[in-house]
Design a protein around this ligand. Structure first.
Ligand SMILES: [Zn+2]
Length: 257
């Protein structure tokens, strides 16, 4: 049988079982470890997406803050789950995800325990990714010490650990920053801007073309795609439309828009 991701011939022993077949151990090692734990429920098409950008994220990742096994890179909008980071400060296990893939995320205190009038909690991190859909709950820190007050002889009141509080703020800042970035990305590429990009590509013009460049490009295009006397064709319409867009863009640029 063959690995569903790379096509290499594999045996049962040299491969890992996934929802619709098997993949080789080499491919498996390129998928985030935490995802591979659920590999039996995932299809090759889904695993392929995780595998494809894992290297890129690994290269990019640079920790800005950590809470137990949870690390964030506020600059790139990435988060990672790893017990240990390698010499370059990166998670070898490839458990790096982008906030742009997130659908839901939460950090909670679980199972409070009292010891010598001090409350300790486990910190659980949960997240859900879209495309491909994937959910996970991980305890990122055990027995984190909480701010505890003795309210009377038998009761204590407690608040979440200071470190968690701070980390939550940083994580939220990263999410908000990411959201803003996403909105600017969407705004900067309107349909018009996209059409203009296409037109420039068609006429092989750079962004700062002059009117003469545009006219020369149009003449050339018509000579090639629309010889004299061939009437209105699909090609001539495309060329005219692109010319119209670019001429307008040029005028706007002159007016300083
Ligand atoms: Zn493979």
């Amino acid at each position: 049988m063959a690995c569903l991701l790379c096509g290499t011939e594999v045996s049962t022993f040299s491969s890992v079982s996934i929802a619709n077949g098997r993949i080789c151990k080499d491919c498996a090692s390129k998928v985030p470890e935490i995802v591979m734990e659920n590999a039996k429920g995932l299809y090759d098409t889904e695993l392929k997406i995780f595998m494809e950008d894992a290297d890129e994220k690994y290269e990019e990742f640079s920790v800005t803050s950590s809470l137990g096994d949870l690390h964030i890179d506020e600059l790139h909008g990435l988060f990672a789950i790893a017990k240990k980071l390698d010499a370059n400060g990166k998670p070898k296990n490839r458990n790096i995800f982008s906030i742009y893939e997130l659908e839901e995320v939460g950090i909670y205190c679980k199972s409070p325990k009292v010891n010598n009038h001090i409350v300790f909690v486990d910190i659980e991190f949960t997240f859900t990714l879209t495309k491909p859909t994937f959910s996970k709950k991980v305890i990122v820190e055990r027995n984190a010490r909480c701010k505890t007050k003795k309210s009377d002889a038998t009761h204590v009141t407690w608040e979440e650990p200071e470190s968690l509080n701070m980390f939550k703020t940083l994580f939220n800042n990263m999410l908000e920053g990411g959201l803003q970035k996403m909105q600017t990305l969407l705004c900067s590429k309107t349909v018009e801007a996209y059409e203009l990009d296409k037109a420039r590509a068609l006429f092989m013009l750079s962004e700062d073309y002059e009117m003469e460049d545009l006219n020369r490009a149009k003449r050339l295009m018509l000579q090639v795609y629309h010889p004299e006397g061939s009437g209105v064709t699909r090609e001539s319409r495309i060329i005219e439309k692109a010319y119209y867009l670019l001429a307008n863009d040029y005028k706007n640029r002159q007016r300083g828009y």
